[in-house]
Design a protein around this ligand. Structure first.
Ligand SMILES: [Zn+2]
Length: 227
């Protein structure tokens, strides 16, 4: 539904600084030191900085110049669904100050979004100095690429916002055991952008069809995007 496509949350995009507080104790590091938490892949350096400082630094934001955030990208795997990817890119460009440019073969820049297939639908969070931000589009749901680009831009889930308890009720008791960390609250800076019940960055309001987990405090209602 178009209504759910409202990319209100995108207003946070050029501003969005996302943070993380308590580190869940049940996550495992990958062999390269990175940590996949839900659909967000944190580098070893990011994860350690969370533990040290409880912050994702401003350096994690993509640079903005003359009012535009220029993001270069590469498609590293020929199996990537370019139709879905292009729809996602078009959506972000239409609603934000971001412009995407596909890299040429000879382009040797270090910082870009690298679209590939790596077992599941997930993305690195934010900008990395000197290296690409990887976005895996394997087994993504319909609007997964749009959502994952949101992570790659530096956004966390809407229900993780610092002000979420003013806007939604989270029924922790209804969450599948072991998945509680997906509903942790983070000390995000929200730049006075209102909570968006229809954000592509918010989970569905229920995990099964019987257990409500996220319930709006206002009558906005509706299910949001998952993954
Ligand atoms: Zn996500």
């Amino acid at each position: 539904m178009v209504r759910r496509e409202t990319l209100h949350m995108i207003l946070t995009l050029c501003l969005c600084l996302v943070n993380i507080d308590a580190a869940p104790m049940d996550v495992q590091r990958r062999a390269d030191g990175s940590v996949l938490l839900d659909d967000m892949l944190y580098s070893a350096e990011q994860w350690d900085s969370f533990l040290d400082k409880n912050l994702l630094s401003m350096e994690s934001l993509w640079p903005k110049k003359d009012g535009v955030v220029n993001i270069f990208y590469k498609i590293s795997d020929p199996g990537v669904n370019t139709t879905a990817l292009n729809l996602a890119i078009t959506a972000w460009e239409a609603k934000t100050c971001i412009k995407f440019s596909k890299m040429t073969e000879s382009d040797e820049r270090a910082e870009y979004m690298d679209f590939l297939l790596d077992k599941s639908c997930h993305a690195g969070v934010g900008y990395f100095e000197g290296q690409p931000t990887k976005v895996s589009l394997a087994n993504c749901p319909e609007r997964g690429p749009t959502h994952e680009i949101g992570h790659a831009l530096g956004m966390k889930h809407e229900q993780a916002r610092s002000d979420r308890d003013d806007n939604i009720i989270v029924y922790m008791a209804n969450i599948k055991p072991g998945m509680e960390h997906n509903y942790d609250k983070a000390p995000t800076i929200n730049f006075e952008v209102p909570y968006d019940y229809y954000s592509l960055m918010q989970y569905r309001d229920r995990v099964s069809h019987t257990s409500i987990i996220l319930n709006p405090k206002e009558s906005a209602g509706g299910e949001a995007h998952s993954n």
